[in-house]
Design a protein around this ligand. Structure first.
Ligand code: NDP
Length: 476
């Protein structure tokens, strides 16, 4: 028993995580269902640190010092349960089992319960950054008991990404909190990607610019407030030329976006919580629309557009408008995502520190960005901030771009460019800031057809109007 940490599941993610632990000086126990992967890790990278390879789960468990810390990095769902079931009988009280795969958080809650009953710590941990992040420093979002974090936390922090010397890993909260936060991270990632795609489409259709020219615009944007990994790779992708055809690479890629499901989970959960995350939802549906081949076939060339050509006289002003609209829409999407975290935290008693989540997303993960510092600062000013958008920094940052945002969304509508995320974000902005909403009419309609009652602006209580009678009002 000599290894400080173990990794089971040595496909791309587990292999790179194991190497990352080893490169940081930890002795790493390694195991995989199929031994060939374990062997190849030792053969290819054994010189990067100290690995203790085992063929059987029994030997793997026996090779770890106590309390054992075992990271499971296998396919999410059934395979994770299978591995847990295999490990648990071999473990002893106080041992820590980490599921670092993309589990759905209700599964994590269930597994944590089951393992706690056996005196074991179960840590559901989000890991973001893909293959490269796993090796060079991911963003890590561990849930579970605080007690488990005392011994596990320093090891995870050591291998995580660092920004200004600060690890992109912190304790998130009990049971499902870590995987929940990872899920919302992915939802925000969907929104961010969709917004960037809409900005690209606006520049393409509005200016008639080439992919490469737009790539240069994104590269310029990446030197300012929008600086982020996603903007950076967008600039790179747009300037990439397809070797086979000589065309812009983006022009030869089939325009049907796929998904693995974390965006869908985020939206489903937001519906359950009743939190409007319109940016993430529109982004998820936009992928669905793009993949709706029969519907698109039926509509293409059939549905009248009735648009006029987009004649933009001031090219630079339009580019700046799109940049401001992108930034504002992005702030809305993040604000909504953080609302969802707050609501779930409240419902589950997780006590998640939203500022800390923004801090650990600054590096390692897909949504890493300069402006996450601003979010952390906002929650430092007020940990209970009811609306990120209403923080003083964002009020002015978004406020400065509102006129541009309106011009872009109006222009897109007039000229037939679909901008579901830009438009819905602006509608959310106008909705949430409205003095009065037409929800009053909805309440009246509900009372009319279903006696669902309403409250009044001028006095306390719940009321019902006898719509089909003499229309007098009753206390309900
Ligand atoms: P895969 O999701 O492709 O899973 C392959 C691994 O799972 C192999 O080690 C495989 O073992 C093992 N496995 C599958 N079924 C079983 C089973 N029934 N019992 C035991 N082991 C099993 O690997 P990835 O490395 O891509 O991802 C690992 C986890 O990390 C997943 O949960 C994924 O969602 C998550 N993740 C992935 C990211 C990525 O960018 N790929 C990013 C962040 C998280 P064998 O070799 O024997 O087949």
């Amino acid at each position: 028993a000599s290894a400080q940490i173990g990794v089971t599941g040595l496909a791309v993610m587990g292999r790179n995580l194991a190497r990352n632990f080893a490169r940081h000086g930890y002795t790493v126990a390694i195991h995989n269902r199929t031994f060939a992967k374990t062997q190849s890790l030792v053969d290819d990278h054994g010189d990067e640190g100290t690995f203790v390879a085992s063929e059987s789960v029994e030997d793997f468990v026996a090779s770890l010092e106590r309390p054992r810390k075992i990271v499971i990095m296998v396919k999410a769902g059934g395979p994770t349960d299978a591995v847990i079931d295999e490990l648990v009988p071999l473990l002893e009280e106080g041992d820590i089992v980490v599921d670092a795969g993309n589990a759905h958080f209700p599964d994590t809650i269930r597994r944590e319960n089951a393992l706690r009953a056996r005196g074991l710590h179960f840590v559901g941990s989000g890991v973001s950054g893909g293959e490269e992040g796993a090796l060079l420093g991911p963003s890590i979002m561990p849930g579970g008991t605080r007690e488990s974090y005392e011994s596990l936390g320093p090891i995870l922090e050591a291998i995580s990404a660092k920004v200004d010397g600060v690890p992109c890993c912190t304790y998130v909260g009990p049971d499902g909190a870590g995987h929940f936060v990872k899920m919302v991270h992915n939802g925000i990632e969907y929104a961010d990607m969709q917004l960037i795609a809409e900005a690209y489409d606006l520049l393409r259709q509005g200016l008639g610019a080439s992919a490469a020219e737009i790539g240069q615009i994104f590269a310029d944007w990446n030197t300012g407030d929008l600086e982020s990994f996603l903007i950076e790779i967008t600039a790179d992708v747009l300037q990439h030329v397809d070797a086979a055809t000589g065309s812009a690479f983006v022009d030869v890629v089939l325009d049907q976006a796929e998904q693995k499901g974390t965006g869908r989970w985020t939206v489903q959960n937001a519906l359950d919580l009743g939190v409007p995350i319109t940016g993430i939802a529109e982004a998820t549906f936009a992928r669905a629309l793009s993949g709706g081949v029969p519907q698109r076939e039926a509509a293409r060339g059939t549905l009248p557009a009735d648009t006029t050509p987009w004649d933009i006289s001031d090219r630079d002003a339009f580019i700046e408008d799109v940049r401001l609209a992108l930034y504002a829409s992005k702030v809305v999407a993040y604000s909504q995502g953080f609302d969802q975290i707050a609501a779930a935290s409240e419902q589950n008693g997780w006590d998640i520190d939203r500022g800390a989540m923004a801090r650990i997303w600054r590096g390692g993960c897909i949504i890493r960005a300069r402006f996450l510092n601003r979010i952390t600062e906002a929650y430092e000013r007020d940990a209970n901030l009811p609306l990120l958008l209403a923080d003083e920094y964002f009020t002015s940052a978004v406020g400065n771009g509102v006129a541009a945002w309106r011009r872009v969304v109006a222009g897109a509508a007039l000229h037939g460019v679909p901008t579901p995320a830009f438009s819905s974000s602006l509608a959310y902005y106008d909705g949430v800031r409205a003095e009065r909403l037409p929800a009053a009419l909805i309440q009246a309609q509900r009372d009319f057809f279903g006696a669902h009652t309403y409250r009044r602006t001028d006095r306390e209580g719940t009321f019902h109007t006898l719509w089909s009678g003499d229309r007098s009002e009753q206390d309900a």
